[in-house]
Design a protein around this ligand. Structure first.
Ligand SMILES: Nc1ncnc2c1ncn2[C@@H]1O[C@H](COP(=O)(O)OP(=O)(O)O)[C@@H](O)[C@H]1O
Ligand SMILES: Cc1ncc(COP(=O)(O)O)c(C=O)c1O
Length: 270
């Protein structure tokens, strides 16, 4: 029998299907891996209230119970975290990673939804920094999240992204990818990779229109799936950048604000 490559996401549900656990499972499948999921929150967008996001966290006990089910079937080849919803759920994720000796851990430190400017649960940002960064093979903050995790505040240049990447790496993550994405000015989508010794700048042309709802989730899930299939960390990140770029290029407009990526874009355009 073929070996099944197992990947896990601990993340929220994006009912519109582009981000969250939906993005992760679709991406895991595109990589030929078998996806498991522990759901932490449910996010809705209200068409009668300007598509405002609402976030409904699950109880930490229910997240812990899902993880018990998942790990009862044996170890995972890689995993990622996304929107965790509360500091207590961050703690549950930390405990599961430690208890199961989980390697190839990708932490996507989700703090905001695109199009929204409030930080979801500020106290969970502290918990992510203190409890999850030390367990991360890779952490993938966007520009805003890198400013928060590094303590450097608003980042506007590639030099500042490098400084933030080094500060976050010093907090315990083995490697860091600071994603400039749409938020960084200019006509390129620039990410900075740092492994503790060398910076690598990953750049592609900015795609317009930017159908990038779910791009961050898709990128982190692709890194995890790449690690699960045996790629070295740098190669997993480089492939994930290609994967997410193709997904953005194949996205579509869901409404006047949200354009999800299409996770099948990489395969279909080859
Ligand atoms: N308009 C775009 N064109 C090309 N790549 C993009 C665009 N927007 C984001 N990206 C890339 O998608 C990935 C996810 O980034 P980003 O959207 O900033 O993350 P998040 O969803 O966590 O905010 C990064 O590699 C980023 O550079
Ligand atoms: C459940 C969930 N996770 C994560 C995100 C973040 O998505 P993105 O990858 O666009 O940053 C969202 C955004 O709506 C979400 O609903």
């Amino acid at each position: 029998m073929n070996k099944v490559i197992k990947t896990l996401t601990i993340a929220g549900s994006d009912s519109s299907g582009g981000a969250g656990i939906q993005a992760d499972l679709k991406t895991f499948q595109e990589y030929g891996t078998y996806g498991f999921s522990a759901l932490t929150t449910i996010v809705t967008m209200d068409p009668e209230d300007n598509w405002h996001h609402r976030v409904y966290p699950m109880s930490p006990e229910l997240v812990a119970e899902q993880l018990k089910t998942i790990y009862a079937g044996g170890p995972m080849d890689a995993m990622k975290t996304g929107m965790l919803g509360s500091a207590e759920i961050v703690k549950v994720a930390e405990e599961a990673i430690r208890r199961n000796g989980q390697a190839n851990v990708v932490i996507d430190p989700v703090m905001v939804c695109k199009g929204e400017d409030e930080v979801l649960n500020p106290e969970s940002a502290d918990a992510i920094r203190d409890l999850l960064l030390p367990l991360a093979e890779v952490v993938t903050p966007n520009l805003f999240e890198a400013g928060v995790l590094s303590g450097l505040g608003r980042l506007t240049t590639v030099e500042a992204m490098k400084e933030a990447a080094a500060a976050i790496q010093a907090k315990g993550a083995k490697t860091v990818v600071v994603k400039g994405g749409k938020a960084l000015g200019g006509d390129e989508a620039i990410d900075v990779f740092y492994d503790g010794s060398e910076f690598t700048v990953l750049a592609t042309g900015k795609i317009e229109p930017a159908y990038n709802h779910g791009a961050g989730c898709t990128f982190a899930a692709a890194v995890a799936a790449g690690l699960a299939t045996g790629l070295a960390t740098r190669e997993a990140v480089l492939k994930a950048k290609d994967f997410v770029t193709a997904a953005i290029a194949s996205g579509y407009a869901f409404n006047e604000y949200v354009g999800p990526v299409f996770h099948g874009g990489y395969r279909l355009n080859r």
